[in-house]
Design a protein around this ligand. Structure first.
Ligand code: SAM
Length: 329
């Protein structure tokens, strides 16, 4: 069967395969082919692959069909919904018997998974950590790969959502080398680490000490320690040390970001892009955020909304959105 494949030298194969897997672009119905020192990795979408891997060589060639893998759905009488996070599967099921049946099927399937976790609460409190029920495996610490970066994190102690990978990548692609980027609610570093990999000088703040420990570890794992300053504190108490500093600010604390806009304006430099996350009713998802930003920043700054972006549906009639806003003094 002829399919589009990324052609890559064998030595670079694993890094390329990981990047493609993180972007969900590998066509698993075909085998990866090896010939004359080259790997041919089948992909589902040639255009999306060009976007994810700027210097990709894409060729059309014949590859073998893969032998069928056993999925959890093959072993159950239904198709369970789940998220993958490294070698963990995350489910959200409040029926204990059904949850355990899914966990057993996941382990028995061909998925490369050793841990199954069931959501046991909503994200809560200041640190936005949720409770998890460990249905299979040893613990809640996982290694997760996203767009070529590697993250160690413990879901029982820090916030992390693999669902936001595409959104983070959208923002990461705007970052330029040598700019100064400030993440006010940095977590384990899914914005800070890839920003730093693009050459930005980054500050990440989080009130959760464990998140900051993981951010430091993740900077180390990804070779960007020299471009990352990680601070464990309330960002409102850090703002004065970074007055007029940032070319870019990320505010991913959707339910209460408006309470931190005064600090954001203090941190902003003369020309600064703010990525402001919000959760609002679908009738006016961008209005409240835009008005709050104008109240905080005008007239000191000219405020221009560059993008109004819907990230995902959050709850019935509620949207998780992002405003990319330029502040010019
Ligand atoms: N940016 C990360 C991500 O995308 O995975 C984490 C986002 S999470 C929704 C929000 C984070 O803000 C949590 O890690 C929480 O501990 C942190 N946080 C909450 N209040 C804070 C404050 N006043 N100062 C600094 N960090 C805070």
């Amino acid at each position: 069967m002829e399919v589009p494949c990324v052609r890559v030298a064998r030595e670079a194969g694993e890094a390329t395969r990981t990047t493609l897997a993180d972007a969900d672009l590998i066509d698993d119905t075909y085998e990866i082919a090896v010939e004359d020192g080259w790997l041919y990795i089948p992909v589902t979408n040639a255009d999306a692959t060009r976007e994810a891997l700027e210097d990709a060589t894409i060729v059309t060639r014949t590859v073998d069909e893969r032998e069928t893998q056993t999925t959890p759905a093959d072993l159950l009488a239904f198709d369970p919904s789940y998220e993958r996070l490294g070698r963990a599967v995350l489910i959200d099921d409040d029926d204990p018997e059904r949850a355990q049946a899914i966990a057993d099927a996941v382990l028995e399937s061909d998925l490369p998974v050793e841990t199954v976790l069931n959501k046991a609460s909503k994200v809560k409190g200041e640190t936005r950590v949720r409770d998890w029920e460990l249905l299979a495996g040893e613990d809640t610490e996982v290694v997760h790969r996203e767009y070529g970066c590697e993250y160690l994190l413990d879901l029982a102690n820090v916030y992390f959502s693999p669902r936001l990978a595409t959104e983070r990548h959208r923002v990461v692609e705007q970052v330029k080398a040598d700019e100064r980027a400030f993440d006010m609610f940095a977590g384990v570093g899914p914005f800070v680490v890839p920003f730093a990999k693009r050459g930005a000088d980054c500050v990440g703040v989080d009130i959760n000490a464990e998140a900051i420990d993981y951010l430091r570890e993740n900077a180390r794992r990804n070779g960007v320690t020299d471009r990352v300053t990680a601070i464990n504190d309330d960002v409102r108490d850090v703002a004065a040390d970074y007055e007029n500093w940032a070319d870019r600010i990320v505010m991913n604390l959707p339910h209460s970001a408006d309470a931190f806009l005064e600090s954001a304006v203090a941190i902003a430099g003369d020309d600064c892009v703010l990525h402001y996350y919000d959760i609002q009713h679908e009738d006016d998802p961008f209005g409240p955020g835009e008005r709050a930003i104008r109240v905080a920043a005008e007239p000191e700054y000219e405020v221009t909304v560059e993008t109004r972006h819907t990230v995902r549906s959050y709850a019935p009639h509620e949207l998780n959105v992002c405003l990319d806003v330029r502040l010019e003094r």
